[in-house]
Design a protein around this ligand. Structure first.
Ligand code: ATP
Ligand code: MG
Ligand code: MG
Length: 554
């Protein structure tokens, strides 16, 4: 959108290109493979890939796989699938921080040789104590001035697994009195006797985020390294490494505000807890704010992109209203979802003037203004289903209040005849189990004769030519707008009624062909998709992506 004012990162890039300090923009999306991507990551993905596309540059996909404790190949594969599904293509090969471990190690040795790093033997608690506070400067480690030869030898032993975990770290020698605590001799390597999902047993030490990230950017020629605000105080350290190492390029870090969505959590750690403790049905549960959950729920990738593009790229964190996201979901589905009819709570209607066994093939457009989506067949038969809520035995209900079927009156069946209800049947418990009605002949696409006034239009399906299905309706996973606020335990705010399963629903016959990734508007019921997890060949399961209208109460 050319009419939109440039955000602050676009302004910086424009300036860098104009001044010639940058020739080709290179960005990167750097997930740590310790969980699945969520809607917050989508903002970073859209931003990084979007900037590269806008300025004719490139965007890398790089796994920041520097911590084997929490990382797994399952997450790597899921992240690749999610980025691709969102519609983005990274430049060249997928990158891995672990591919640079040898280079990082060599650079660490160089810092030691130049007196800029040392092996420290303070334990975690002592290190905290020596580091000082915001008000008080830190104290130098007693090992700060040990000879480089000694540190080099110890680092080698750390790497080879000869030192116990927690006994030693490699630290940069910067400034223990710096007002920025990140510069008080930060840790570059720690011992982790852990196999890595890519490097196996080769390493017993792993680089810290700070020592790895900027150098990875520099190796890849990243020009604009965009991260979230919480890393602002790490920027001087990012720059210190770039200045003190013979890196092949000089990237710059810029920070923008995280995306937080109300009624949701956007923290991989907490999402993982929901999965691990079985509060949800896996990372791709349709109620999860993960990319895979949104996909399974039926949210189109374009809706996620349009939503992310609508968000401010600012230097402050903010909370975005779910209603804003939902707006983009409805907007896309309204334009693109094929229309279909599905009766969620079926009530049988017998049309006494339609001969038994007769099937009249009616057809209807798949979309009111998308001829390209074609037409669908709607078999019309003597027995049909309408929704229980579309009939009321009380014929004194005013036409205004109840625009549906009552005894003695008429409704139009969507795309078919006007019908009149003549009678109804109750079972022993008093529940209505069948309606006896008749069609008004000649009313397909035509007004009924004088004096016949349908109360409204309702959806229906043939009872003999239909698809039996299960429908899953979702509500918010959290019942409170800010489940993470303050010292709250987000688990206390899980909505116990976030999933409602309806069995025995009846869909129009064409829904037998529904495939994963197809979107439907079930008329009058909302937008739906085939569930990729629970559907089987003889019983499709449909997820409601979202209702038709905004029922949002703010
Ligand atoms: P989490 O706290 O959920 O674990 P993270 O920031 O640790 O998230 P990473 O895998 O490191 O997760 O994130 C990859 C990229 O996505 C980073 O550049 C990060 O800044 C960005 N990102 C993560 N969460 C958000 C968010 N809520 N809004 C915008 N960008 C985000
Ligand atoms: Mg991170
Ligand atoms: Mg994290």
């Amino acid at each position: 959108d050319d009419s939109k004012p440039l955000n602050f990162i676009q302004q910086i890039i424009t300036r860098d290109l104009d001044e010639g300090t940058v020739n080709k923009v290179v960005t990167r999306f750097p997930p740590e493979p310790n969980g699945y991507l969520h809607i917050g990551h989508a903002k970073s993905i859209c931003l990084n890939f979007g900037l590269a596309a806008q300025f004719g540059g490139a965007c890398n996909l790089r796994f920041d796989d520097t911590n084997p404790e929490k990382e797994e190949d399952e997450y790597v594969q899921a992240i690749i699938e999610d980025v691709r599904w969102l519609g983005f293509q990274w430049d060249g090969e997928i990158r891995y921080a672990s591919n640079y471990f040898d280079q990082l190690y060599a650079w660490a040795q160089q810092l030691i040789r130049e007196g800029k790093a040392f092996v420290c033997e303070l334990n975690a608690e002592q290190m905290r104590e020596y580091r000082g506070t915001l008000k008080e400067p830190g104290k130098p480690s007693p090992m700060r001035d040990r000879p480089a030869e000694e540190s080099l030898a110890l680092l080698e032993q750390m790497k080879n697994g000869e030192i116990d975990e927690g006994r030693m770290t490699l630290r940069a020698k910067i400034d223990m009195a710096s007002p920025n605590i990140n510069l008080r001799d930060p840790v570059l390597y720690r011992i982790k006797k852990r196999a890595h999902h890519r490097t196996g047993d080769k390493w017993n030490i792993y680089p810290s985020y700070d020592f790895a990230h900027g150098q990875e950017d520099a190796i890849e020629g990243v020009t604009h390294s965009i991260c979230t605000l919480e890393f602002a105080a790490n920027r001087p350290l990012y720059e210190w490494f770039i200045e003190n190492l013979p890196v092949p390029s000089k990237p710059h870090q810029y920070e923008f505000g995280r995306l937080n969505l109300n009624y949701n959590i956007t923290s991989k750690r907490k999402l993982k807890q929901l999965v691990d403790e079985n509060h949800v049905d896996g990372w791709n549960d349709p109620r999860m704010p993960t990319i895979s959950g949104l996909r399974r729920r039926g949210v189109p990738p374009a809706a996620i992109r349009n939503f992310c593009d609508s968000l401010a790229v600012a230097k402050t964190d903010g909370v975005v209203d779910m209603a804003q996201f939902e707006h983009f979901i409805r907007d896309d589905l309204n334009d693109n979802a094929a229309r279909a009819m599905c009766v969620l709570k079926p009530l049988k209607v017998t049309l006494t003037n339609v001969p038994e066994g007769e099937v009249e093939m009616l057809s209807a457009p798949c979309h009111p203004n998308r001829d390209d989506l074609g037409e669908r067949q709607l078999p019309f038969t003597r027995e049909i289903y309408i929704d229980r809520e579309d009939f009321n035995e009380d014929s004194s209900l005013s036409r205004k209040k109840f625009k549906r079927l009552v005894p003695g009156e008429w409704v139009r069946l969507r795309g078919a005849y006007v019908i009149q209800a003549n009678d109804f049947v109750k079972d022993d418990s008093g529940e209505i189990v069948e309606i006896i009605a008749e069609i008004i002949p000649g009313t397909i696409g035509e007004d009924p004769p004088e004096g016949i006034r349908p109360r409204g239009v309702i959806h229906w399906v043939s009872a003999t030519e239909c698809v039996d299905c299960e429908v899953r309706l979702y509500d918010r996973l959290f019942s409170d707008p800010s489940p993470e606020a303050g010292d709250r335990n987000f688990l206390d705010f899980i909505n116990p009624e976030s999933l409602q399963i309806l069995q025995g629903c009846k869909g129009e016959i064409g829904l037998a062909e529904a495939g994963v990734g197809d979107h439907y508007q079930f008329e009058r019921e909302g937008y739906f998709c085939l569930d990729s997890g629970y559907s089987s060949a003889d019983k499709p399961v449909f997820n409601r992506t979202i209702g038709l209208r905004d029922t949002w109460k703010s």
